[in-house]
Design a protein around this ligand. Sequence first.
Ligand code: UD1
Ligand code: UDP
Length: 373
Amino acid sequence: MGVTRILTVFGTRPEAIKLFPVIHALEADPRFENLTCVSAQHREMLDQVLSLAGIEPQHDLDLMIAGQTLDALTARALVAIGQVLDAEKPHWVVVQGDTTTAMAAGLAAYYRRIPVCHVEAGLRSGDIHHPWPEEVNRRVIGIFAQLHCAPTQASADALLGENVDPGSVHVTGNTVIDALQWVTRRIEEEPGLASGLAELERRFAGKRIIGLTCHRRENFGEGMRDIATAVKRIASRDDVAVIFPMHMNPQVRAVMEAQLKDLDNVALVEPLDYPNFARLLSISTLLLTDSGGVQEEAPALGKPVLVMRQTTERPEGVEAGTARLVGTNAEAILRETERLLDDPDAYADMARAHNPFGDGKAAQRICDLLATA
Ligand code: UD1
Ligand code: UDP
């Protein structure tokens, strides 16, 4: 059998984190030739991961524009990725998750009848407005993908419920656990990689740290203002400190900086690279987030996570008791955070390390599926 030529396409920070283990595995495997194409839908936040993982893309489309719109980005990505497909003629296109880049790359491949492998397939909230537009992006990819790498049995079941060919659906685990294990090993080898928070750790010594991230488009406006109000009230306690690596989306920054920048117990910092974010997860008492990836990483580290969304397509963390959906209502966020801070039994109930999302071997399973597909 000849060598299978793969084109892996991604554009944002979470895709890069969840695909670098797959790229490492493909590149180490003589059954494959891997080419990497980044849309650079994100720029700085993507580059942080590329540099950590040692990935030098063959194609960098450099598409990010400040304050980009969904339609313009989709149109530009579809055309630009199509041109790369015409030039490289891969046997398979690999995409991850539910971003504009993933959807556009999948569609461009489908237009050329190139089979698509979807990593992190089958996540469904059941609500096309939450998360928006990701729920529709991943459903669209699910229609044309020929290899669906579902992280959990529940995500595989969701695909089977949509009448996807059962032979194309496989439970692989989520590659985010591979990535987290990889970065943990790297930090053990080279502790300096995760020393970026040392000054804040000194400043906040003796306080309980709350790690905060938020960026969801459906929370823009009222949702973001409510989250900021809740954080302000939580940070008025003198026994906690909030560390908030702010997403670079200007819509997030405008609200958060206006409300939180002068508070003693809140540190607004630039996006952390993955080792330093892993450090933040490990020093946090609890996480407040609307992120998808953080919902998957926190349970692996036994960190309670309060999810500031109406619904989640990652029910495994909630079912296992490490995650709780709190929405974006300021009172609800405050109430649930204080419960965890003030009730040791409630905290102990949520703070159990387990891995409902994978065992760290997802990337190799995905390679093996691609080799035999
Ligand atoms: C995107 C994804 C979302 C994912 C998130 C991860 C879509 C529709 N959304 O949302 O699914 O959860 O990434 O973070 O695909 N920016 C920078 N530098 C960066 C990154 C972003 O300046 O490195 C700013 C730019 O002004 C950019 C804006 O953020 O226009 C929004 O970026 P975009 O990728 O469109 O949306 P996200 O909200 O980041
Ligand atoms: N992350 C990071 N630095 C940060 C914030 C998050 O490396 O400052 C990582 C985090 O560990 C997770 C991923 O980025 O793996 C989540 O990305 P994001 O929240 O942007 O997107 P989502 O997962 O919601 O799509």
